[in-house]
Structure formats: C-alpha cells, structure tokens
Design a protein around this ligand. Sequence first.
Ligand code: HEC
Ligand code: HEC
Ligand code: HEC
Ligand code: HEC
Ligand code: HEC
Length: 244
Amino acid sequence: MSTLPRTRRFLIISPIVAALIGGTVFILGAGTPSASDDAAVVASSICEAHELRARAAEDPHFKIEIPDEFDQQFPSRDACLSHEAAGDEEAPGPMQPIEFSHRHHAGSFQIDCQYCHSNTDVSPSAGVPSVEVCMGCHSQFSPAYDELQGIQTLREHWEQKKPIEWAQIHRVPEHVQFRHNRHFRAGVACQTCHGPVEELDKLYMTKDTKWWPWGLPTQKLEMGWCVQCHRQEGASQDCNTCHY
Ligand code: HEC
Ligand code: HEC
Ligand code: HEC
Ligand code: HEC
Ligand code: HEC
C-alpha cells in the first residue's frame, strides 16, 4: 500500500473523479444536440461542493453549480476529508462505528487529549469519551452538519441513550497491571506509546520507532517493550510491579 496519507491521496484522486464526472457530462452532451459541453457539474452535498470549488479554482473551464442549500461553510472541507479518511476500510486499524478523526479534533482543532480522555491522570484506565462529551460540542452544530454519516450515527446514539461501541485497539492481558496515571505523572507523553495520534485520521497501533539497545526492537505491548523502557527510565522491573 502507498505510504501517502489518505488525505493527500484523496486530494490526488479527487481531480480524477471530478474529471470523470466532467467527462460523462461531456459525452452525454455530445449525444443531445441542444446540450453544450459547458454544462455545469451540480453539487449534491456540502462536501462535494467543497471539492468542486477546489477543482474550479484550478481549472477555469470547469463549470460548477452549487445549490443554495449546499453553499455552506460547515462541515468544512477539512472535516469532510478527515471524515472520509477515518472511514477508509483500507487504512490500518479497526473500523470504528463513527468516522471520528483524531487529526481533525486533536490536530487541526487542538482539543486537548485530556478533554476527551479525562481519566488518564486520575484512574488506571484512560477510557474513551461518552456520547455526552461529544454532544457538548456537537449539539450546537447546525443541522447541515448532519450530512456527515458519523454525525447521524452520533445523534442516533444520543437520542436512544446508547453508548458508542468503539473498537478497542490497545489491550494488555488480564494478568498484567498497567496504569496510565503512573506514566502520566512520570511525564511520559501519550505519543511515546501511542504514536503521532494528532496526525492520524484513523487510529491503529503504530509501530515502536525506538531502536532499543538490546537486539531487535520489541513489539509494542509485549512484555519486552514495557521492560526495556522501565530499564532505561529507571522504573521498577519487579515481576509483581506488572503482574498480580
Ligand atoms: C470540543 C469540541 C468537540 C468535541 C468534544 C467533539 N467534537 Fe467533533 N468536531 C468538533 C469540531 C470543531 C469539528 C469540525 C468543524 C468543521 O471543521 O467542520 C468536529 C468535527 C467532527 C466530525 C467530522 C470530522 C471527523 O472527525 O470525521 C465528526 C464525525 C465528529 N466531529 C464527531 C465527534 C465525536 C464522535 C465526538 C465525541 C467522541 C466529538 N466529535 C467530540 C468539535 C468537537
Ligand atoms: C474529541 C475527543 C478526543 C480527543 C480530543 C482525543 N481523543 Fe483519543 N479517542 C477518542 C475517541 C472517540 C476514541 C475511540 C475511537 C478511535 O479509536 O478513534 C479515541 C481513541 C484513542 C486511542 C485508542 C484507544 C484504544 O482503543 O486503544 C488512543 C491511544 C487515543 N485516543 C489517544 C489520544 C491522544 C494521545 C489524544 C491527544 C493527542 C487524543 N486521543 C485526543 C476521542 C478523542
Ligand atoms: C507508557 C505507555 C503509555 C502512555 C504514555 C500512554 N498510554 Fe494509553 N495505553 C497504553 C497501554 C499499554 C494501553 C492498554 C491498557 C489496557 O489494556 O488496560 C493503553 C490504552 C489506552 C486507551 C484505551 C483505554 C480504554 O479504556 O479503552 C486510551 C484511550 C489511551 N491509552 C489514551 C492515552 C492518552 C490520552 C495518553 C496520554 C495522556 C496515553 N494513553 C498515554 C500505554 C500508554
Ligand atoms: C516509554 C516508557 C515506558 C513504557 C513503554 C512503559 N512504562 Fe511503565 N513506567 C514508566 C515510567 C517512567 C514509570 C514511572 C516510575 C515512577 O513512578 O517512578 C512507569 C511506571 C509503571 C508502573 C508503576 C510502577 C510502580 O512502582 O508502581 C507500572 C505498573 C507500569 N509502569 C507498567 C507498565 C506496563 C505493564 C507497560 C507495558 C504494557 C509499561 N509500563 C510500559 C515508563 C514506561
Ligand atoms: C514492566 C512490566 C512487566 C514486568 C516488570 C514484567 N512483566 Fe511479564 N508481562 C508483561 C506484559 C505486558 C505481558 C503480556 C505480553 C503479551 O501479551 O504479549 C507479560 C507477560 C508475561 C508472561 C506471560 C507470557 C505469555 O506468553 O503470555 C509471563 C509468564 C511473565 N510475563 C512473567 C514475568 C516475570 C517472571 C517477570 C519478572 C522477571 C515479569 N513478567 C516482569 C509486563 C511485565
């Protein structure tokens, strides 16, 4: 698979898609004498309107028509692209029930990790945010925002008072004791263990990039991975620090 980030790939692909749409219009136009080849491509959603505008900005011959209802600022183009990338089946990581993007929330909007994972410093588990946390912001969004599938799913859960069943990515076995708060207080950054979360639309367990001094790099979440860092940082290596 290509190493280009999905958003970049989408940006490369979208002109091709737009060209295909344009091409179809042209062929149809050729068949009917009254139609001309400068028929405009009509946007059918806010997200599509963003893409068409971007295309038209590059190519003055590309004619577009944006109906009033789709001529809106939000969802922003960035949000549309992130939503698309977060729902990409081919990207690494499990498919989540909502196309939620960390790049968009924690990256572009710089929402603090703790705002959503508020338990990292107080409880052993970091937890994922509840529907209430999401709706604290999203209940204020205009109805136009509902064109995103992820927002519709979010609203359904809110109305039916159902929790969102996020697929878990990091999990250590029952016999292992892991505590976020100890690491948080010791000043170990989230990214040291979870990678550049704020750059990812769709989360997955990133590879450990650190080259440990003893032999090959260890696999993340394996015992060696924990022990190597504990050895380097002078943290406890006693068996019963991590095992009950
Ligand atoms: C602190 C405010 C805030 C919170 C909390 C928040 N969001 Fe958002 N969300 C935003 C903003 C701002 C945007 C982007 C607006 C734009 O650019 O169009 C956004 C965009 C989105 C989008 C479209 C982009 C994408 O990521 O796919 C989805 C879906 C979404 N939010 C879902 C959620 C879910 C699910 C939660 C809870 C886990 C949540 N949001 C929590 C502020 C928030
Ligand atoms: C707006 C809310 C929000 C913010 C801000 C946020 N997250 Fe998340 N986080 C979520 C949601 C929702 C999930 C579950 C869906 C997913 O995995 O994408 C999640 C999942 C995760 C997971 C995977 C958990 C697992 O299953 O193993 C990690 C790791 C994570 N977040 C780290 C971070 C870090 C680090 C930051 C700050 C750079 C951050 N998050 C900021 C909402 C948020
Ligand atoms: C020392 C490595 C390390 C650091 C630092 C770290 N994590 Fe984790 N994280 C883990 C491990 C290991 C797990 C799996 C824990 C488990 O199975 O109980 C995990 C699990 C998670 C989960 C899923 C928890 C759940 O209950 O579903 C989230 C969310 C998360 N981390 C977010 C964060 C955030 C946010 C930070 C920074 C404040 C952070 N982590 C810092 C190693 C780390
Ligand atoms: C990137 C470095 C790093 C990684 C990876 C790491 N730890 Fe830690 N760990 C630390 C540091 C630093 C401390 C803090 C020691 C202190 O508080 O003095 C710590 C503390 C702990 C403690 C508390 C120790 C005590 O004395 O009570 C436990 C338990 C623990 N880690 C378990 C784990 C487990 C299990 C893993 C792997 C799943 C892991 N750690 C991975 C750096 C790391
Ligand atoms: C810093 C944390 C940490 C310390 C210290 C630690 N372990 Fe582990 N241990 C783990 C983790 C994490 C796993 C789970 C690895 C996995 O699932 O691949 C594990 C797994 C194991 C397993 C099960 C292996 C398997 O294949 O399922 C045994 C047995 C074990 N540890 C014994 C020990 C003994 C004995 C010591 C002391 C010499 C020790 N551990 C010290 C974190 C630790």
